[in-house]
Design a protein around this ligand. Structure first.
Ligand SMILES: [Zn+2]
Length: 315
């Protein structure tokens, strides 16, 4: 994987997103591809030959739901030859900005989930009356994005068509193998212990694909308010099912899980209080940094598998 191919742009707050619509014909467009999230950047770098630079908008640890476009990022968006985003409103305000700014200011925008949304919507999960964007947690669904993305890359870089097609096929195959590895790994958890409690509802696809019951304090976006009643309901469920482990997410504050722990302790029988503990940190909406052991999609999936299986098996 080619993290060193990516440049991360951290910038100050943007005064007005209309900047994107201002005259930019004078700005020189470069040959690079700009990916919005770490997961998208990983996929692009898997498929695209290393001669094309891939730049990254939201670095490791950044929550895409609450990401605010900034003045610096707008400049980089303008200069990219191709912008690849995730879509399904994962990127919050940035998604709207990209979708409404295709004429003139931006060379080309491609959202990797759009082909699935159009041709295979039955494979998408709905939550809170919106599409759940966290499709990468089902490796077989993530694999569905590979060939359509490769077609876009082939159009933008026709001179690299043969190499892109070859790399895309290899990537598709390896995702199939990873999916089988996930199925085998999660099925090793005893059935009555396959309950995953997390901060926000990012793991619905993982639950569907690998047979886990998933419960979260917040809905599919961290931008929503934390509901007190959702916290109470989850504490009740944990007490009833005797679930004593929850998982911290790398892009979400541990505050709500700490609150859940207090509620569970208060609700559980005094003579035998349920000690709710943290099962470890898992990655939800961002890959890890270069030395995290979870800097690529495959290593992140394996990290989460190890942490979840280890904690639930020993519960
Ligand atoms: Zn999320």
């Amino acid at each position: 994987m080619t993290l060193n191919r990516r440049a991360f742009f951290g910038t100050s707050s943007l005064a007005g997103i209309s900047l994107l619509g201002t005259a930019c014909a004078d700005l020189e467009k470069s040959n690079h591809v700009l990916a919005t999230t770490t997961l998208v950047a990983d996929l692009v770098t898997e498929i695209l030959p290393s001669t094309v630079p891939v730049r990254l908008l939201m670095g490791p640890g950044i929550d895409p739901h609450t990401y605010e476009p900034t003045a610096g990022t707008i400049a980089h968006i303008r200069q990219a030859k191709l912008i690849v985003g995730h879509g399904l409103h994962l990127e919050g305000r940035l998604t709207n900005l990209l979708e409404t700014s295709k004429s003139g200011a931006i060379h080309r925008v491609s959202l990797i989930t759009r082909p699935i949304e159009i041709s295979k919507p039955e494979r998408l999960r709905k939550s809170d009356h919106a599409w759940d964007p966290h499709i990468w947690f089902d490796a077989s669904l993530w694999a569905e994005t590979v060939i359509p993305l490769s077609k876009v890359l082939e159009e933008v870089f026709p001179e690299l068509r043969a190499e892109i097609a070859k790399k895309a096929n290899k990537c598709f195959q390896s995702l199939g193998q990873l999916h089988a590895e996930m199925q085998a790994g999660y099925s090793s958890i005893p059935e009555n212990k396959r309950i995953l409690i997390t901060s926000h509802d990012a793991f619905g696809y993982l639950g569907q694909a690998y047979g886990l019951e998933v419960h979260a304090i917040q809905g599919i976006s961290t931008a929503a308010e934390v509901s007190e009643s959702a916290l109470r309901d989850l504490a009740e469920l944990a007490c009833q099912k005797k679930v004593n482990v929850g998982f911290l997410e790398s892009t979400v504050s541990p505050r709500t899980l700490e609150k859940l722990r207090s509620l569970i302790r208060a609700r559980s029988p005094r003579e035998m209080p349920l000690e709710f503990r943290m099962g470890g940190e898992i990655y939800s909406d961002s890959l890890g940094g270069p030395n995290s052991g979870a800097a690529t999609y495959a290593s992140m999936m394996r990290h989460n598998l190890r942490v979840i299986v280890g904690a639930l098996k020993n519960e």
